[in-house]
Write a protein that binds this ligand. Structure first.
Ligand SMILES: Nc1ncnc2c1ncn2[C@@H]1O[C@H](COP(=O)(O)OP(=O)(O)OP(=O)(O)O)[C@@H](O)[C@H]1O
Length: 371
């Protein structure tokens, strides 16, 4: 019997007449992707949420009264996160003030579509929604940026700008924490990528469940140990709940500008390992957690950007360097391998100068640049 990855219907059929290993009473409906246990619908629903609750409690992710922004992209992970967190908040009495925070990168045909999901979630879960856009923050949409730089390095802009945009949105909402839908697969993939790139600074912190505690707004990942496959099937097994159908309506459109082939290989490699041994994902995370950085390795020193005040290990933060390049008609400035963690780069080709765009509001203090 395979795990539930082919879809709930097939796996239910295969689960056949065995009893649930959890309750021992009901018929097993699926094989849990994470543990390969045969389990019934009801128990899957319960263990899925219980494990997330345990992760939250054991890692002291929140305290009563915290204002928490859920980074809501409209994709599967953050849509399920918004639902589960609002349910746990209600049932387990976390006493949190929850908000949805979305960044509109300005990608026509992608983000505009997924933001519709977030707007539905705002109504369904009764959570206030704040949308913050690259256009307003930086004067550029990702559509504009791709026109300027092409499809090769656009993900660098998007990643750097999004980290900062989330911090700025969170500051506007005056929240104490941001939570994101990064799941166990994402984290294992990032461990592997940081090893492959020899990025020791990121390797040392990419498995932290909470990051940015030295900055103004910490971020945490309640799905750190949650498998992507279980997030995908959870809405199908979320029994007798009025939102379960809506939960399946998350946007599954893939970003039109993200070929990101290297990450794609790492992802495929992890999926292959998982097929052979589901624990592989948890073991990669565990290995990442146990890496110890040699005391002789030079680590970047955290400071703040001279221009905008955002946390940075260089004089200017990466977002300011990238924005400078865009505004000066040199979009490749600051893209690529940098000394330390963020900084200058030499591979920019000389391009025709463009008139400087209005230097958008990169002022004020913002949070961490770590994700
Ligand atoms: N545009 C955005 N606005 C707000 N939060 C975002 C946005 N993009 C990503 N995030 C946050 O970062 C997490 C990881 O994003 P990533 O782009 O890796 O997508 P993903 O793994 O497909 O997640 P999802 O299924 O939620 O889109 C998301 O779950 C979400 O919490």
């Amino acid at each position: 019997m395979d795990s539930a990855v082919d879809g709930p219907r097939q796996s239910s059929a295969r689960a056949g007449s065995r009893l649930c290993t959890c309750c021992g009473e009901r018929k097993a409906a699926l094989k849990r992707p994470k543990t390969l246990e045969q389990i019934c619908r009801e128990c899957f629903y319960i263990v899925f949420e219980d494990e997330i609750h345990q992760t939250i409690v054991e890692n002291n992710l929140f305290k009563p009264g915290d204002r928490v922004a859920i980074g809501a992209s409209g994709g599967k992970d953050s849509t399920v996160l918004a639902y589960v967190l609002s349910e746990l908040n209600r049932r387990r009495k976390y006493c949190l003030d929850l908000f949805l925070l979305s960044v509109d990168e300005g990608i026509t045909g992608y983000r505009d579509d997924s933001l519709e999901t977030v707007k539905r979630n705002e109504i369904q879960y009764g959570l206030p929604l704040k949308i913050i856009s690259y256009k307003d923050l930086y004067g550029w949409t990702m559509d504009d940026i791709v026109k300027a730089i092409g499809l090769k390095n656009n993900c660098t802009f998007c990643g750097v700008f999004r980290r900062q945009a989330l911090d700025r949105g969170a500051a506007l909402l005056k929240v104490d924490k941001i939570v994101t839908g990064h799941n166990a697969d994402d984290i294992a993939e990032t461990v592997l990528l940081n090893i492959l790139r020899g990025d020791i600074a990121r390797l040392s912190r990419c498995t932290f469940i909470t990051t940015g505690e030295d900055g103004p707004i910490p971020r945490c990942k309640p799905f750190k140990y949650t498998y992507e496959k279980e997030i995908v099937i959870y809405p199908y097994y979320a029994i007798s709940h009025i939102f379960s159908c809506d939960l399946m309506l998350y946007s599954s459109i893939v970003c039109i500008y993200s070929p990101n082939a290297y990450r794609g290989f790492a992802r495929e490699f992890i999926k292959d390992l998982e097929r052979m041994r589901p624990r592989a994902i948890l073991d990669i995370i565990k290995s990442g957690e146990n890496f110890r950085i040699s005391t002789t390795t030079r680590m970047p020193e955290q400071g703040t950007c001279e221009r905008c005040g955002y946390i940075s290990s260089q004089k200017l933060c990466k977002a300011c360097v990238l924005l400078d390049g865009l505004n000066r008609g040199l979009p490749k400035l600051g893209v690529g391998r940098t000394k330390g963690v963020a900084g200058g780069d030499s591979d920019c080709e000389q391009q025709a100068k463009r008139p400087e765009r209005s230097r958008s509001s990169l002022q004020g203090k913002h949070g961490n640049i770590d994700f």
